[in-house]
Design a protein around this ligand. Sequence first.
Ligand SMILES: C[S@@+](CC[C@H](N)C(=O)[O-])C[C@H]1O[C@@H](n2cnc3c(N)ncnc32)[C@H](O)[C@@H]1O
Length: 244
Amino acid sequence: MSHGFCDIEGRERATGSAQAFMYLPGKALNVLRGLLQAYGTEKIKGYLWNIEFSRGRWDGLDKTPSDCVYQYIEKYADIGSILDLGCGSGSTGNELDATTYEHYTGVDISDVAIAKARKRSEENRRADKNRYFQSDIFSYVPTRQYDVILFRDSIYYVPSRKIKGMLDRYSKYLKRGGVFIVRMWNGNDKYRPIADTIESNFEVVERYLSDQPKAVVIVFSAGVLARALSCPERPPIAANGENH
Ligand SMILES: C[S@@+](CC[C@H](N)C(=O)[O-])C[C@H]1O[C@@H](n2cnc3c(N)ncnc32)[C@H](O)[C@@H]1O
């Protein structure tokens, strides 16, 4: 398994701060990688993820046809729209039953992953319904509302103290009756604080624990207050050049 900073040789030069950590031992490197992928600048995060996707670290995600999250996405999309934040190389947008959604937007910080996702969608003849954008989850501003906003194994990379604020911001882009779906690895209690944040601030609609693989799927809606404050008929429109 490759670890970002070890793989810099022959690629574009790392920033000074990244170079300083290239010679750390494996465990320290992994801790640092986690910190930078959560707290780094958009440029550093994108750089690290690009290296990992280019080196094949995430190739295992390319074939997950019976993942437990799909039945929930398909149920709540209900032939509507899906926003996939941290979409990676495009498994969700290519493995979902194409008849269960009308529009899909995938967003990822890695342009290497986005290029792969786009290519897969073209090969699967889904280019008309699947759109992809390279962006940080934090700065991405949707241009429409969605039936489902998905974080599939991507919410870990959001610093925990920022999760509630981020979900509050995205809740403006949920259609009336729309839901968030978070899928996380559930092998130990490491990600329990994320589930606690969701469960104590939002309305959980469904929760599913999978044993093989160990995963949890949480379906939840924006709180009553957030719904009351949002204006479903007039979503805030971004000037980021998207054309849906
Ligand atoms: C473990 S992968 C999961 C990919 C995909 N959701 C899947 O299940 O196949 C995590 C993904 O989150 C993306 N990611 C991490 N931090 C991000 C951020 N701040 N903004 C956008 N994408 C991010 C990574 O580039 C990566 O593609």
